[in-house]
Design a protein around this ligand. Structure first.
Ligand code: SF4
Ligand code: SF4
Length: 435
């Protein structure tokens, strides 16, 4: 794509990066075929190619974001399906990130929209606040049917209340921080990201991870003071907060690397994994953090990516259950992890089924299912319809957002891959599983 940025514009590293991405796009439109919002809406401006044009116009002409650009960028899930399809290597992720930052800097959203976004940014990355908010949402749940009378804001608040569970599971059985020694001879030492929403909604995911890791000889560190990875606010275009959260975690993990060494930083939510693997890029122009962030990104591994490099023992419980594997967008498109989770589940004795239209997002996408409830619901229902075609006993996936989204629309157990693996290798049976 031809671009016409001025030399002064290109002196800005962020704009220079966007320009180099735009130049790679050859307008072929292959990406439109795999874009979930184009599949639903059929509008070129809700396709990757259409959005790329809108972003180019906004950045190149150095103008504030307009309502048309905001509408179509807001509808983008950042699922990155377009990046998997693109034959020219267009890094849509970094381009749309830049567009979102520009939007937040130059566009004044309606008051209710600003208030909701500010509330999400103030609550979701902080486990204690998030826990309180989920409890408050459970109390407010009876009001959900009334909220439909209050337009878009009411629909968003209703979506938020529907997503919040009425009861919360017990807190983790492990301490908040510290070293958990392996049960057999040590083969590796890793840090485990605690996460924020996941810690509250499904603490059993990290508990299963710790159990399995310690059983196979991996020392697991839960670093003190670690915080949210920053992905939630990053997708809201809140660059300052996202980078502050990234720097904080880089400091925490760097201290651990320098003190006792780490073989990996293990992540059990693929949305967080995609973000942490991008720290090196996000902090590339910060001399105090560039090298440390690159090191952290290189050490970041999804739990299945890490387990796939180890020689696992024979499973203890081979249930033979049929598992529909839903590959989260941040897993398959963001991190290009496609085979490892399925191979691990198969080795553990499960019959694994691919979900038809597996490239399409389930509609979760960070805060998308709150901010775009109608599109998110349509994507969820389509995903569930495809899952049911595989006649599974349960669904496995690697991201808490997908678990919450899909479980909100079906009765089958929706589990994290590690919960099934932990069970197969001697851990407790996950709740709801029939084996
Ligand atoms: S990130 Fe997903 S929703 Fe956004 S343009 Fe790409 S394919 Fe479409
Ligand atoms: S597939 Fe890639 S090169 Fe083709 S229009 Fe989409 S982003 Fe551009």
């Amino acid at each position: 794509m031809q671009t016409n940025f001025s030399l002064a514009q290109l002196a800005d590293p962020a704009l220079a990066e966007s320009e180099s991405i735009l130049r790679k796009c050859v307008h072929c439109g292959f990406c439109t075929a795999t874009c979930p919002t184009f599949a639903l809406l059929g509008d070129e401006l809700d396709s990757p190619r259409g959005r790329i044009y809108l972003i180019k116009e906004m950045l190149e002409k150095d103008r504030p974001a307009d309502i048309e650009t905001v509408t179509h960028i807001d509808r983008c899930l950042s699922c990155l399906s377009c990046m998997t399809t693109c034959p020219s290597g267009v890094n849509y992720m970094h381009l749309v990130d830049e567009a979102r930052i520009r939007i937040e800097k130059t566009y004044r959203r309606p008051l209710a929209d600003r208030a909701l976004r500010a509330m999400l940014a103030l609550i979701m990355p902080y486990p204690a606040r998030f826990r309180l908010a989920v409890r408050a949402a459970a109390l407010a749940a009876p009001l959900t049917p009334l909220l439909g009378r209050f337009g878009q804001t009411g629909d968003r608040l209703a979506a938020m209340l529907r997503l919040a569970p009425l009861t919360l599971p017990r807190r983790s059985a492990y301490p908040k921080s510290g070293d958990i020694k392996p049960e057999i001879t040590k083969i590796a030492r890793v840090a485990l990201l605690g996460g924020c929403a996941q810690k509250t909604l499904r603490p059993g995911i990290n508990d299963a991870t710790i159990r399995l890791l310690t059983r196979i000889g991996v020392e697991t560190v839960l670093p003190k003071n670690e915080g949210c990875c920053g992905a939630l606010v990053h997708h809201l275009g809140e660059e300052h907060q996202a980078l502050a959260q990234a720097r904080h975690n880089v400091d925490v993990w760097t201290a651990e690397i320098e003190q006792s060494g780490l073989d990996a930083i293990i992540i059990t939510a693929s949305g967080c994994g995609t973000m942490i693997k991008d720290y090196g890029f996000l902090l590339r122009n910060d001399p105090a953090y560039a090298a440390k962030a690159a090191k952290v990104s290189a050490l970041a591994k999804d739990i299945t990516e890490f387990l796939a490099t180890l020689a696992l023992p024979e499973p203890k419980n081979t249930s033979g259950l049929t598992i529909a594997y839903h590959s989260a967008c941040s897993m398959q498109h963001g991190q290009k992890i496609t085979t490892q989770p399925k191979a691990l589940l198969t080795k553990a004795g499960f019959k694994v089924r691919d979900v038809p239209e597996g490239h399409l997002c389930c509609g979760s996408a960070g805060t998308y299912n709150i901010l775009q409830p109608e599109l998110a619901r349509r994507l969820r229902d389509r995903k569930i319809g495809n899952i049911l075609k595989t006649a599974p006993d349960a669904v496995a996936t690697g991201n808490i957002g997908c678990i919450t989204q899909i479980a909100g629309g079906m009765n089958l157990p929706v589990l994290h891959t590690i919960e099934l693996l932990d069970f197969a290798y001697g851990g407790p049976k996950p709740a709801g599983l029939s084996a």
